[in-house]
Write a protein that binds this ligand. Structure first.
Ligand code: CMP
Length: 139
């Protein structure tokens, strides 16, 4: 088994799309092994997205991600990272394949409904960031 990490972003939670998004995740045979409703504060968002610190979209990203509730999830499936990235689609909803979560619920590249880890290494790092209690998964 392998693992990935996801965030249902504030726009999706605010618009009431969380249930539909989670249903899609379940229907695609991901097992939700951790789930929390959280509100990111500026410090936590800046730490989580520190890799993007030099990008011109960074300030908007931080203010968007701290604008409301998020749902963070640790997910289990064979080849989880790649399968999940296929399920959510391209970062820019305008380029996302039809039927993917971002094509259905994303509004723009900045407000793109959902985050998915981009590698096994980052999935582990991101899961441990929000779910330190799941450390045993990686032992
Ligand atoms: P996410 O998967 O959460 O990882 C970083 C986020 O930054 C990404 O989704 C997008 O929402 C945002 N992002 C990435 N590239 C751009 C870009 N070129 N312009 C604006 N936002 C971006």
């Amino acid at each position: 088994m392998s693992y990935t990490f996801s965030i249902i972003k504030p726009d999706s939670v605010r618009d009431g799309f969380s249930d539909q998004i989670i249903a899609r995740i379940n229907n695609n045979k991901f097992k939700v092994i951790g789930i929390k409703l959280i509100t990111l504060n500026k410090t936590t968002a800046e730490e989580f997205y520190s890799v993007h610190k030099t990008k011109d979209f960074y300030d908007n990203l931080i203010s968007f991600m701290t604008s409301g509730h998020c749902i963070v999830m640790a997910l289990e499936k064979t080849n989880a990272v790649e399968n999940f990235r296929q399920l959510i689609g391209d970062t820019d909803p305008a380029n996302a394949e039809l039927g993917t979560i971002r094509s259905l619920f994303g509004k723009s590249i900045e407000n793109n409904a959902i985050h998915g880890a981009d590698s096994d290494q980052n999935a582990k790092k991101e899961i441990l960031f929000f779910f330190p209690e799941l450390a045993n998964l990686f032992k």
